[in-house]
Design a protein around this ligand. Sequence first.
Ligand SMILES: *Cc1c(COP(=O)(O)O)cnc(C)c1O
Length: 609
Amino acid sequence: MKNYGLDIWSNNNFIIEDGQLKLNYKSMPSLLEITEQIRLNDVRGPILLRFPHLIKRQITSLYSYFDKAMKDNDYMGSFNAVFPLKVNQFPHAVEAITSQGEDFNYGLEAGSKAELILAMSKTPYGANITVNGFKDKEMITLGFIAAQSGHNITITIEGLGELETIIEVANECSLKVPNIGIRVRLHSAGSGIWAKSGGMDAKFGLTSTEIIEAIKLLEAEKLLQHLSMVHFHIGSQMADIAPLKRALREAGNIYAELKKMGASSLDSINIGGGLAVEYDQHTQSKARNYSIEEFSNSVVFAIKEIMDAKNVKHPNIFTESGRFIVASHVVLITPVLELFTHDYQEQLLNFKAVNPPLVNELVDLNRLLNNKNCTEYLHDALDHIESLLTLFDLGYIDLQDRSNAEILVHNIIKKALYLSSSNPTDELEQLHIKLQERYLINASIFQSLPDYWGLDQHFPVMPLHHLNVPPIRAASLWDITCDSDGEIGFNPNKPLYLHDVNLDEEEYFLGFFNVGAYQETLGMNHNLFTHPSEYTIYIDDTSYEIANVVESKNILEILGSIGYSEEEILKNLKTDLLKSDFITEKEKNDTLAKLETFLEQNGYLRTTN
Ligand SMILES: *Cc1c(COP(=O)(O)O)cnc(C)c1O
């Protein structure tokens, strides 16, 4: 894996220079520099960095490719986009999305009451709001309130019941009626691991019979002039563009049919989200078979073709791509706390006057290992350690002998891997895999990479520094939860190699990339680890600014957030300590002060790194 697949997944957002990973933008700060700057303020644990310029880049790219596709195809409708809030509702993400999207009139999409309230209070004036998902009368009333308050809002109905509720609300009050959209149930389904949103058995959308019924109802209630949109969404992270083309033909024909049936205000097709993000670090398995350019061209061309054939005016096109817009803007940085084999340092060897012969042989192998003999000597060493462990079990050698043997073998393995790293044989590759190093990272996979835990979604990962040195250790990553699922095991098909660093002498940081979509709200507080401390980084021509600091919850706040009384916990801790024996009052008070500072810190590990 050359350069950790940077050329595959990073879209030129990052580059390697002087052995460090840098932002490929303006003053080009390195991620290590930013991390160290933040850690100067005694911040420990994982760090989440937001880069608003990367959101801007994606919004610009989406609009400009559609703009171009429309020009190239003489397309007469307009292009509109909204950000689906479910992909990231965190305040500083939404703030970056709305401010970076302002020039484009970029709007918001809501799928629940809370998201709708958020959309109503955060959508820039005049930008679109679309509403999807299951709705009750309250949620529909909120849509009327939004329309009344001047928002450009479209409520998409997922079933006839919702339409009946809209009619009910319209008859009961004199608030402005919002635009109405119809989500259509397509027989063509999506592809990819999230593709459950399209197809005949989909959770959402109206069948053709229901659509006809809906038109009749709207007409009878004199509300047909509010029907403005046909909507579909075939699922997230579309791997293949073919199902989208089928969906476009189907939805486009429904649109044209509805126009013919008298839906004269109908003027938009909303193609939902699904635009995929490249998460892969390894060329052999790319996440999608199309580019943003092909995507926009296909959408515009397919819709135009249908409308021209049926002699219908080109509709405005809406997209609700979320993952594509925000995935790249977040980088999760985790300090490495420990390399598990690092206890095998040569200075810990402690030989006796007389050592077992096999230990003496290991000493020789370690001393004489070189380029030529390394495979052979490695085999011998692995054979000897097996015998020595058996001898230990049988009581023939003692714990000190065993310790010496283990240290020697680990050193031989490391040296052999290092010596062979430039021309590895198949067998050495296998050994690499067998002799993985385990890196303990100061983070929770459940909190920060929930899709890895739940869906096996791979996220690009790489060190922030040492990038001018070849990494030689096959790595598995362990998080600090005490759950065996909190592990990213070494996968020979998607191998991760990291550096052999001595953490007593220096720090080592790993970055996880493209984690800005879905991961934050899906993150779980397993083991009571909460959202990492987060920072927004604004980069300009000469330097960068660290803003919007939100520190990870402290220990008392974590407990408070699941319903404990913080005061009571403090009181219990205090009472127990103060009534204890054998230490002076001063010691008690000092200990209490120490305890209080512990409680004010976040729950991630502080010592070692
Ligand atoms: C989830 C969702 C989206 C966003 O999908 P992405 O794959 O993140 O682009 C868009 N529209 C609807 C209706 C959704 O449910």
